[in-house]
Design a protein around this ligand. Sequence first.
Ligand code: Q46
Ligand code: ZN
Length: 300
Amino acid sequence: MRQANLPLCEEHFTWWFERRVERTLRRYSMVGPGDKVLVAVSGGKDSVSLLCALLELSEEMGFEISSITLDLGISGYSEACVEASRRVAGELGVEHHVVSIRERYGFTLDEAVRVVRRPPCSTCGLIKRYALTDLAREMGFDALATGHTLDDMARFILSSYISASLDELVRLTPSSASGLPGVPKRIKPFYETLEEHIRLYAEIRGLEYMPDGCPYAGTAPTDFLRAFLAELEARRPGSLYSMVRGYLKHIRPALQAQFGDGLRELRSCSKCGLPSSGEVCAFCRLREKVLKRLGRGGGP
Ligand code: Q46
Ligand code: ZN
């Protein structure tokens, strides 16, 4: 642990890692006894590690977990992600669901990328956020857990800062409830955990994961900040943690005092009922556009 200048053996590292996740779960009241938590698994190192760590903690903390993988329809890639996720969930003995975006919403990510002008990772992010909330709600879960890491959060905070997106900035919380009945809260149990440690945990636990190999990788709007943040952390270990904690302790409360929980009020989308900042949510608008351009007509 470079931040603490603390050498740990494999056994104590695993113990330390899981305690840290437990601290995050408790600190932000992410789960309670009896809660049903759906874990989003993409097959990558972050989400398979999340599944393993939450399974370890679920018994002593008294919550239940199940897992889900979206088949996004990225040709030559999604099949392998689904298979890797299925294998890990099977090895850990966790219930696992696979849902095809094509079957549920009528189009694949590849098709959406062909017909809309937005960057692929941004379209993908919108589809994943929507579909996972939609499915967790339908299946009656209390919370949806995603593998967002400390590195991701630092990147989102910095990027919202650079573009002065106060509305985004105020929403980058470890746990967020929509406030709408039946819509599960979204939780990020790795909010305070570095990717470097997650990689090590996956290796020590012997978890098999998909190497980064998505053909669209590198098109996320915040990707340009990755190298900068990695260098910052290498030069000053602990910087990402202080950035994210500083945001939560000082910056967000100041924003909240001025704007509340968001600059735009959330309400139910008039087409699908999920949270939306306008009359129709961004996903329903995207879906309608994609289906129309593909000649498949109709929206939800
Ligand atoms: S799957 Fe989707 Fe990632 Fe591929 S299109 Fe981008 S966001 S890179 S985690
Ligand atoms: Zn909608």
